[in-house]
Design a protein around this ligand. Structure first.
Ligand SMILES: [Fe+2]
Length: 246
């Protein structure tokens, strides 16, 4: 285990004006998924302020490389090769080490490898679509993948998800768990997406859009996008109101 300092103590209350409301009828499934009764506010107990501590020994060799982690020997996933990197920060801007960062996404054609997937776009036999890594002593993380394609989804008559990568971040305690999505700079589908539009604050949406980061590009290999993730507090990355899918 590394020598990082792990904090203990209660977490700040999640900012409900920054994160999307649970009930957002333009995002149809939020209607049945949202609470029907008033929320109760509870003090943090040891169950919420502690969590498992992850070590690099739980990771497989290719867990942070979606181009190769499901590919046959000598082959690789089809698509635009990219590096996604950034920092997991706390609400005071400090890097959070030892955090498990998991990510999953559609392939370059916009299709998931999932039994409930209904989109006609092709599967890529060399692309599984999920991986994980653990933040370093400064809270940094990075992985390699192919840029996911946008895909249609049954909501309105003609709704398309912008290209996106799903993230799960497991911080110091169960109360700090964050599920979110990353979008790509310049994607015209972002402002049209009913899921994106559940976020009221434009600055909160902007926080989910990863800029192209040419400084971290590997020439003749992969472009890079930078995505920092903030756990809790006013500057938190928005919390998605569903846990997986879409
Ligand atoms: Fe998705």
């Amino acid at each position: 285990m590394r020598n990082a300092t792990y904090e203990t103590g209660a977490f700040f209350v999640r900012d409900r004006s920054w994160h999307p409301k649970a009930y957002t009828p333009d995002y149809k499934t939020s209607v049945t998924r949202s609470p029907q009764k008033a929320l109760l506010s509870l003090e943090n107990t040891v169950s919420e302020i502690t969590g498992p501590v992850f070590g690099h020994d739980i990771l497989g060799e290719k867990d942070n490389d979606l181009i190769y982690n499901f590919a046959r020997p000598g082959e690789s996933a089809i698509g635009e090769r990219i590096i996604v990197h950034g920092k997991v920060l706390d609400e005071r801007g400090r890097g959070v080490p030892g955090v498990l960062v998991e990510f999953w996404q559609a392939n370059a054609a916009g299709r998931y490898r999932h039994k409930n997937e209904g989109y006609m776009a092709p599967l890529d036999p060399n692309f599984g679509g999920c991986g994980r890594t653990i933040t370093d002593d400064d809270g940094g993380y990075a992985f390699r993948t192919v840029k996911p394609g946008p895909y249609p989804w049954p909501n309105g008559v003609n709704d398309w998800r912008p290209a996106h990568i799903h993230f799960s971040i497991f911080g110091y305690g169960f109360a700090q768990r964050l599920i979110t999505q990353m979008y790509f700079e310049g994607d015209p589908l972002i402002p049209l997406c009913p899921i994106v539009r559940t976020i009221a604050d434009e600055a909160a949406i902007e926080q989910l859009v990863a800029p192209l980061d040419m400084a971290s590009t590997v020439p003749m290999d992969a472009r890079a996008y930078k995505f920092d993730i903030v756990l809790r507090g006013r500057r938190s990355t928005m919390f998605e109101n569903r846990m997986e899918g879409n």
